[in-house]
Design a protein around this ligand. Structure first.
Ligand SMILES: Cc1cc2nc3c(=O)[nH]c(=O)nc-3n(C[C@H](O)[C@H](O)[C@H](O)COP(=O)(O)OP(=O)(O)OC[C@H]3O[C@@H](n4cnc5c(N)ncnc54)[C@H](O)[C@@H]3O)c2cc1C
Length: 437
């Protein structure tokens, strides 16, 4: 069994800031993440293109956060995924190693959840074709070396991530045919006007827009179908609509995601209260469970600065340090999250995109038609196996929620696929406890 005063799950900006803040105040801190290196979604490492535009401000924020982490003395365990919480103050995690995967039995006094968010996918005819990617998913592949140079890419869906992805792909030599944002301009203008109190966001929006140059950014526009070439079987065009007219846009790749969904499964498993789908926290980022804190996207989608700030607050609170000087900024960040959620709320037309044959759960090949007669998420799982495949409902769950209004009633371990040996682990484990250095 491994012991640490403070365990942090998730080494994105929130987890990094939390670990640095707590460890700099002398606490023993263990920071876990399932990726090969710390950084989370935004600072995912990989083979960066030499064409990459320099964003000096973001690079400086990243360098500073990673420097603070490395100099703090926190222990970092990468390639390690938490999949269960079998007893109070205990986590089970699977650690990838070059030999067999290792199962870790982890004990904590205080826990900080910084598990981030993922993209929301909505089904429409053709969304499972080769060449159709999640927007952030395609960006991650490109960071890992996937070539898009000279490719025609359509970016569609909803949320500010579309602009970040389009700018990144353009830097890597893709030809962005257009960015299609489902939110109408009438929702986006009040949001843009409210940004006066967030100069960093204005700078970021201007930098993305400048990077996109003459690439069309169409608001109130969404994909209704994707089509494959007869001989290649992979994507050849995407049908877009603005509600009045519909047209086909030729492209080789579609990068498509409908804003973000918070990763709250571990928080739910630990009994933390959710509100409107997000983990409920007080001003110290403390959840409804006394020794569990939560920071970053699971508490509200508000971007990089909010994740860093809330991580720092959680880390300081766990180290029994004051957080008063950070509270005003945090309340501004929370207001921003509420406005962002409202600006990019999904239009009702997106619920009628699937045809009866459209796959909703791609792990188990469950069609829209076979779900339409079910009454709830549990009923759908029991009768159709929707959400019972390797992704454990992470993709089809939020889609079914949008399409049918179903909310998951419970979360069960394992949170992700693990070897059978991992499932039996906590019954057989007899290790001597050992301190983490
Ligand atoms: C796919 C994607 C791409 C994005 N790209 C950009 C971008 O280019 N620019 C931008 O401004 N914003 C981007 N964002 C938004 C950005 O992630 C947020 O603004 C912010 O940085 C989130 O920080 P975070 O620390 O809350 O979460 P994250 O950065 O998401 O970090 C959470 C970490 O926790 C890990 N984790 C989750 N569950 C477990 C578990 N059970 N066990 C172990 N580890 C776990 C995750 O793998 C991840 O590394 C992106 C978001 C997504 C979903």
């Amino acid at each position: 069994m491994n012991l640490a005063e403070i365990i942090i799950v998730g080494a994105g900006p929130a987890g990094i800031a939390a670990a640095a803040a707590a460890a700099h105040h002398g606490r023993s801190v263990l920071l876990l993440d399932d990726n090969p290196t710390p950084g989370g979604q935004i600072w995912r490492s990989g083979a960066q293109s030499s064409r990459r535009r320099k964003d000096t401000r973001e690079d400086a924020i990243k360098a500073n956060a990673l420097h603070q982490l490395r100099s703090s003395g926190a222990t970092i365990l990468s390639g390690t995924r938490v999949f269960d919480a079998p007893a109070p103050s205990t986590l089970l995690a699977l650690r990838e190693t070059e030999a067999d995967p290792e199962i870790l039995n982890l004990k904590y006094d205080r826990l900080i959840l910084a598990t981030g968010a993922r993209e929301r996918f909505l089904p429409f005819p053709g969304w499972t074709l080769p060449g159709v990617f999640g927007a952030g998913g395609l960006q991650a592949l490109v960071k890992g070396g996937f070539p898009v140079h000279g490719k025609r890419v359509l970016v569609a869906g909803s949320g500010p991530l579309l602009l970040a992805v389009a700018a990144h792909l353009l830097d890597d030599g893709a030809h962005i045919t257009s960015v299609a944002e489902q939110a109408p301009i009438s929702q986006l203008i009040p949001f843009a006007a409210s940004l006066w109190s967030h100069p960093a966001k204005i700078r970021q929006a201007i930098s993305y827009r400048t990077a996109l140059g003459r690439t069309p950014y169409r608001t109130g526009c969404w994909p209704v179908a994707a089509f494959a070439g007869e001989t290649t079987g992979s994507l050849k065009s995407v049908r877009l609509t603005d509600g009045a007219k519909t047209w086909d846009e030729p492209c080789e790749l579609l990068a498509c995601g409908f804003h973000l969904v918070p990763n709250t499964e571990l928080a739910s498993l630990l009994g933390c209260k959710l509100h409107d789908g997000f983990v409920e926290v007080n001003e110290h980022q403390q959840t409804s469970v006394a020794n569990i804190y939560c920071a970053g996207e699971p508490t509200g989608i508000a971007g990089l600065e909010a994740a860093l700030l809330q991580g720092k607050i959680a880390g300081l609170a766990c180290a029994a340090q004051p957080t008063n000087s950070l509270q005003a900024r945090n309340s501004t960040a929370k207001k921003f999250a509420t406005r962002l959620q409202a600006a990019f709320r999904l239009r009702s037309e997106l619920r009628s995109l699937p045809t009866p044959q459209t796959i909703v759960c791609r792990c188990e090949d469950v069609t829209f038609q076979s779900l339409a007669s079910r009454h709830s998420w549990t009923d759908a799982k029991l009768q159709t196996r929707c959400g019972m495949g390797p992704c454990q409902g992470r993709i089809c769950g939020p889609a079914a929620q949008t399409l049918f209004g179903w909310t998951p009633t419970s979360v069960r371990p394992p949170l992700s696929p693990v070897p059978i040996s991992a499932l039996c682990f906590h019954n057989s484990q007899q290790n001597t406890p050992q301190e983490i250095a």
